[in-house]
Write a protein that binds this ligand. Sequence first.
Ligand SMILES: [Zn+2]
Length: 68
Amino acid sequence: MAVPRNRHSNARKNTRRAHDAKRPANILTCKNCKSAVLAHRMCASCGHYNGRSVAQSDQAPAQEQAQG
Ligand SMILES: [Zn+2]
């Protein structure tokens, strides 16, 4: 295992870690139902993504399984 030859200063350590902070989640509003939605994810309340419905309906799951 590699061992560091010299000690790095606190300033060098802190400068390296200046970009390590976790950013808050990007929360948008759904265009269909106006609820809060995470970016690049389907709306949990109405099932819309990018202006159209993408959620599977619970009425006909048998036809979906026959294709796979
Ligand atoms: Zn929605």
